[in-house]
Design a protein around this ligand. Structure first.
Ligand SMILES: [Mg+2]
Length: 335
């Protein structure tokens, strides 16, 4: 057990944006003051975004406007991670046919890559990012360059983008059109691929940063793939039940409720006979059903403490890894 605030054990925290830092145009509760306090103790804060249509300047401006003062250099986008990947594999100066907004164009220039306008300019790479003004002509040009042998890269493969009215078409769905045409699958840089995490760590000069995310299949899967610890928070997409039932590749190393857990000492669950204990709580799996010491079988809609939640997840993961078929109702976690 340690008394150190969690993030101080790592020195650098790499945060997801939507569902973790803000919801749409509103900062999530406790985030601005927690990040201010974290920075005051010397913890470096970086932000990751799979959105390849926005420049770091645009993201920094948004965060600053939400009460989280941020510089463009504190942001890593999937466009930057993809451009870095192209430069690393094909060398600076390589010709690239690119689809995307100013964010992709700038990212290519920062890596010393040459942007070309046509497949006839012999690009050695195609980089596809999201642009709301994308045209069929551009998609076809990319497909032709790929047929002629250009390496295919994508900023990210998110199939859809949530908005106030439902889901819009994400970069992954437009990439699918080119894949369908060419039969070639791109190398992607954004979450859940590890490249964007590695670039953020490199920028931060951090050998072992802590990542923070709300969605298991992107944030946590990417962190696990990058070999980095992940604090999962319950302010966004993935609820506690999904965490408890997560398979190995999607399991966070740290379970939190919200951003405040970044600055609290972390109490992990430990084995205790047939139980998994976390401070005053303990859980186990009996006949595929989760139960808490003292209150018995977990019921639908039950409210549990953060310590109980950590004990439940540890018990469920251990049982699942031992071949048990674990079930879990929807639960609410409260501090
Ligand atoms: Mg998120």
């Amino acid at each position: 057990m340690t008394e150190l605030p969690l993030a101080l054990e790592y020195g650098t925290a790499i945060l997801d944006l939507d569902g973790c830092t803000f919801h749409g145009d509103t900062a999530i509760e406790y985030v601005p003051e927690t990040l201010e306090a974290a920075r005051a103790t010397g913890i470096k804060i970086f932000f990751l975004t799979n959105n390849s249509s926005r420049t770091p300047e645009m993201v920094a401006e948004k965060l600053s406007g939400l009460g989280i003062p941020t510089e463009p250099r504190d942001i890593v986008t999937s466009a930057q991670a993809a451009a870095a990947m192209v430069a690393e594999q094909l060398g600076a100066g390589a010709k690239v046919y690119a689809i995307g907004t100013e964010a992709v164009v700038t990212a290519l220039a920062e890596e010393g890559l040459e942007r070309v306008e046509s497949a006839d300019d012999d690009p050695v790479a195609v980089l596809q990012g999201l642009n709301p003004k994308i045209t069929l002509t551009e998609l076809s040009e990319a497909a032709i360059a790929i047929q002629r042998g250009a390496e295919y890269f994508a900023t990210n493969l998110d199939p859809k983008l949530p908005n106030e009215r439902g889901f819009g078409v994400g970069n992954g769905s437009l990439v699918a059109a080119v894949v369908n045409t060419t039969g070639v699958t791109p190398t992607a840089a954004g979450k859940p691929e590890p490249a964007i995490f590695h670039l953020a760590a490199e920028r931060a000069g951090a050998s072992n940063p802590l990542t923070v995310g709300d969605q298991l299949i992107t944030d946590v899967r990417g962190a696990v793939a990058a070999g980095m610890p992940a604090l999962h928070v319950l302010t966004g997409v993935s609820p506690a039940r999904e965490v408890i039932l997560a398979t190995l590749q999607d399991r966070p190393s740290h379970l939190g409720l919200d951003m405040r857990d970044l600055l609290l000492p972390y109490e992990a669950a430990q084995p205790d006979g047939e139980w998994w204990a976390c401070v005053d709580a303990a859980a186990r799996v009996q006949g595929s059903v989760l139960e808490l010491r003292g209150s018995g079988r977990l019921t639908d809609g039950q409210t549990v403490t953060l310590h109980e939640y950590r004990a439940l997840a540890a018990a469920a993961w251990h049982a699942a890894d031992s071949g048990e078929n674990v079930s879990c109702p929807d639960i609410v976690v409260s501090r």
